[in-house]
Write a protein that binds this ligand. Structure first.
Ligand code: ATP
Ligand code: MG
Length: 292
């Protein structure tokens, strides 16, 4: 899905990435971690082709994006859904309009928009607030809208840049549960985060960058301390997160999934029967993995 082959990017004397090689497969859930200035944003900007590497190859959905022309960039970006820490919703548009707008800019038909928007709002469980404005929503609700907007054009990969950075720990885990559901049903997820506790609890693949180098790439935990002491939290509040299932409140999730959120082994059959899941199924219908 995303391949970095010996990618180097410098900004003058500043190191962005050095000889980075990473292979993110279709369907992966990957955390990208590392200290401030490590090269995480550089990594994402390279995928979005906002910047080009000095050397190396970057393959996105089967295409070497270091070789494509300007005119092909919009098509590449449509394969990617972006979720931001600060949500980046349009304040003067309702929830519905915010999500619809992402389709309008791609000149999708009115009919398609009418069908698709309620569907993704349902997917992220915010349909009942479709006519509200962002200022009338909680932070967690706003992030759900952000995720709906990122998904509305059926991207192959969801890139989340500190998506829980502005959320309290419980809401953050709700959002993580949603991202996990989206991932389970096939969308690749790449998430930049400083939230050590979330990374440890989710028990997914972790790619760690430091001073432009990929220093670790393995399943499991955050793995190293960023600033030296146990007290240096990356996001305040996450250290006190408990294993209490009530506190680890998730959306309409089955117990097995809750287990995985609490840092245990992930083994879950795709849930069936529930409306949310059938919606997810339909959403992923036609998802094309033929590039891999
Ligand atoms: N446009 C730029 N011009 C010059 N140097 C840059 C530019 N963008 C990033 N850098 C430098 O490249 C290095 C990597 O930056 P990057 O933004 O990728 O780090 P990061 O891991 O995203 O950090 P943070 O966690 O603080 O967001 C840093 O030393 C940064 O100062
Ligand atoms: Mg950054």
């Amino acid at each position: 899905m995303i391949i970095f082959n010996n990618v180097t990017k410098k900004y003058g004397d500043n190191v962005g990435l050095i000889d980075a090689s990473v292979h993110i497969k279709s369907g992966d859930f990957v955390f990208l971690v590392g200290p401030s200035g490590a090269g995480k944003t550089t990594f994402i900007r390279l995928i979005l082709k906002e910047i080009d590497p000095d050397s190396g190859r970057i393959i996105l959905a089967g295409k070497d994006i270091t070789k494509i022309g300007r005119r092909e960039i919009p098509a590449i970006r449509q394969k990617i859904g972006m979720v931001f820490q600060d949500f980046r919703l349009l304040e003067k548009k309702t929830v519905y309009e915010n999500v619809a707008f992402a389709m309008e800019v791609l000149h999708k038909s009115k009919r398609e928009i009418r069908e698709r928007v309620p569907y993704v709002l349902d997917l992220v469980d915010i349909k009942d607030k479709a006519n509200r404005y962002p200022a009338e929503l909680s932070a967690g609700e706003q992030q759900r809208v952000g995720i709906a907007r990122a998904l509305v054009n059926k991207p192959r990969v969801l890139i989340c840049d500190e998506p829980t950075g502005n959320l309290d720990p419980i809401t953050a885990m709700d959002i993580m549960a949603l991202l996990e559901q989206i991932n389970i049903r096939g969308t690749t997820v790449l998430m930049v985060t400083h939230a050590k506790d979330i990374v440890d609890k989710m028990n997914k693949r972790v790619v760690a960058i430091d001073q432009g180098h990929i220093v670790r790439d393995e399943e499991g935990s955050y793995g190293y301390k960023q600033q030296g002491t146990e007290d240096d939290l990356y996001v305040p509040g996450f250290t006190s997160f408990t294993d209490d299932p009530i506190k680890a409140r998730t959306m309409q999730l089955d117990p097995e999934l809750t287990e995985s959120i609490r840092g245990k082994t992930i083994s879950m059959d795709p849930p069936t029967g529930d409306e949310l899941y059938s919606i997810l199924d339909e959403y992923l219908d036609g998802g094309d993995d033929s590039y891999e």
